[in-house]
Write a protein that binds this ligand. Structure first.
Ligand code: NAD
Ligand code: UDP
Length: 313
């Protein structure tokens, strides 16, 4: 089996490269390194079943030979990144999805879209099941990401219905683990970095907004189960353990062995107030559910951040 992963040098993409290689596949990683890092895949560069292509997938993609799976993960993913790259985010979600779907069609491959819980926007329903249509501000600052992903889902379903292409959609909820960029602005890398440096933790607003955090190995297992299933409808993949951002900051301080000191900062525009996946569908159809608790996941994640901080000291 031969798989092509766009965004394969990013946080999730690189873990997925590892997993598909471990399953015995050949993996082609296509990435323009906009928000990714070649260090994430440096351990794979000598593997004869792995190939890295530096390419922007908003441009036409040409690949020789057969491909069985096209997995589209390329996109800025943290709010800081997609606010820094609003046009690139819209382009990779629209033109990038069109190009990768075109490639999948040409190769008769299964197409797999990395979508997001952000398609639910600032949800009026909690937890969010897959049949909730969401509450997105299309012209707000987060709209560049949310609408790009909503368009990508619509385009994927159109290729499925019109061209009969085999497609999969995963709606990923906040995932964390080694290989996240220290400065990507997301809550977890920011809080861990601050805690390890003995700084105050920058909690936006009063910290009462909620999120549900999934450890990367659980998320990757979910991807693999979806990929090897036969379901074109979207799946939520996330951990239903919901907590406030203030409690999250406290858990991180605790894991890092420091006292919690918080500095409240203004809440960003359109920051969702709640977020929690309803994972009944994945449980029932894929027999998937997360296994790693937040406490365990933080323990597995901290050494990576300590190492990174040591390296830049
Ligand atoms: P990331 O920034 O680490 O990875 C994204 C990768 O895409 C980077 O390596 C980047 O260089 C690459 N990329 C961006 N634009 C590109 C382009 N035009 N051409 C080629 N490569 C390009 O982010 P991540 O957290 O690994 O997210 C990966 C995917 O998963 C994204 O599609 C994101 O929307 C989705 N997702 C992630 C999470 C999460 O919690 N990490 C949650 C929901 C959805
Ligand atoms: N957040 C925070 N301080 C930070 C970074 C993020 O309080 O330094 C909050 C943010 O406002 C949001 C939550 O943490 O409510 C999760 O943010 P993140 O950027 O990780 O992902 P999001 O779920 O918003 O995409």
């Amino acid at each position: 089996m031969r798989a092509l992963i766009t965004g394969g040098a990013g946080f999730l993409g690189s873990h997925l490269c590892d997993r598909l290689l471990a399953e015995g596949m050949e993996v082609i990683c296509v990435d323009n390194l906009l928000t990714g890092n070649q260090d994430n895949i440096s351990h794979l560069l000598g593997n004869p079943r792995f190939k890295f292509i530096h390419h922007d997938v908003t441009n036409f993609i040409f690949i020789k030979g057969d491909i069985d799976y096209v997995l589209h993960f390329a996109s800025p993913a943290s709010p800081k990144d997609y606010l820094n790259y609003p046009i690139q985010t819209l382009k990779v979600g629209s033109l990038g999805t069109l190009n990768t779907l075109g490639l999948a069609l040409e190769k008769s491959a299964t197409f797999f879209l990395a979508s997001t819980s952000e398609i639910y926007g600032d949800p009026l329903v909690n937890p969010q099941p897959e049949d909730y249509w969401g509450n997105v501000n299309s012209i707000g600052i987060r709209g560049v990401y949310d609408e790009a992903k909503r368009f990508a889902e619509a385009l994927t379903m159109a290729y499925h219905r019109y061209h009969n292409l085999s497609t999969r959609i995963v709606r990923i909820f906040n995932t964390y683990g080694p290989r996240m960029r220290l400065d990507d602005g997301r809550a977890l890398p920011t809080f861990i970095t601050q805690a390890l440096r003995g700084e105050t933790l920058s909690v936006y607003g009063d910290g009462s907004q909620t999120r549900s955090f999934t450890y990367v190995s659980d998320t990757i297992e979910g991807f693999y189960k979806i990929l090897t299933s036969d379901h074109p409808e979207p799946f939520n993949i996330g951990n239903p353990e919901e907590l406030s951002i203030l409690d999250f900051a406290s858990k991180i301080a605790n894991a890092a062995g420091v006292e919690l000191r918080v500095e409240n900062k203004p809440l960003p525009e359109d920051d969702p107030k709640v977020r929690r996946p309803d994972i009944s569908r994945a449980k029932e159809l894929l027999n998937w559910e997360p296994k790693v608790s937040l406490t365990e996941g933080l323990e597995k994640t901290l050494p990576f951040f300590k190492e990174q901080l040591e390296a830049i000291r």
